[in-house]
Design a binder for this molecule. Structure first.
Ligand SMILES: CC(C)(COP(=O)(O)OP(=O)(O)OC[C@H]1O[C@@H](n2cnc3c(N)ncnc32)[C@H](O)[C@@H]1OP(=O)(O)O)[C@@H](O)C(=O)NCCC(=O)NCCS
Length: 115
């Protein structure tokens, strides 16, 4: 049974501007080391950062947990490339499915929580 859903969209340029302004401090505040490593593999890393940013916002909306932080969750990719959530320091037993898409200018993500 679905008990929560969330969706988010962000301009890739917004993330790029934040990184240009705040540098590694911004990256390390919002993203976990495995997420930074993933994005840096690509020619256009800001699209991948933006996708993860949108995914985390979608997860926050779907889960509705006030104590969730940017560092509470890593979005990693399974061997097929499909994004999956790995939680850190929080006990979250429910199943959560996410999907990410990005173009040159925008990234979108959705999250579904099931009992
Ligand atoms: C999986 C696939 C559809 C992704 O398409 P894409 O246009 O490259 O994806 P987008 O640019 O919209 O989004 C990229 C995100 O898709 C997600 N993704 C990648 N592979 C995925 C997979 N196998 N399943 C689900 N999501 C996947 C990732 O989160 C990725 O972002 P990230 O690397 O930053 O985590 C494509 O790579 C693919 O394999 N196509 C094969 C053809 C096909 O099966 N088409 C569907 C016919 S119905």
């Amino acid at each position: 049974m679905i008990i929560g859903t969330g969706i988010d969209i962000i301009e890739v340029e917004r993330i790029q501007r934040a990184v240009e302004r705040w540098g590694e401090d911004f990256l390390k505040y919002v993203f976990t080391p495995i997420e930074i490593k993933h994005a840096k593999r690509f020619k256009f890393p800001f699209r991948h950062y933006a996708g993860r940013f949108a995914a985390k916002e979608a997860i926050f909306k779907a889960m509705g947990l006030p104590d969730l932080t940017w560092q509470s969750v890593s979005i990693i990719n399974d061997p097929s490339g499909k994004p999956v959530c790995r939680f850190h320091r929080i006990d979250f037993k429910k199943r959560i499915s996410i999907s990410i898409s990005h173009s040159r200018d925008y990234a979108v993500a959705s999250a579904i929580v099931e009992e």
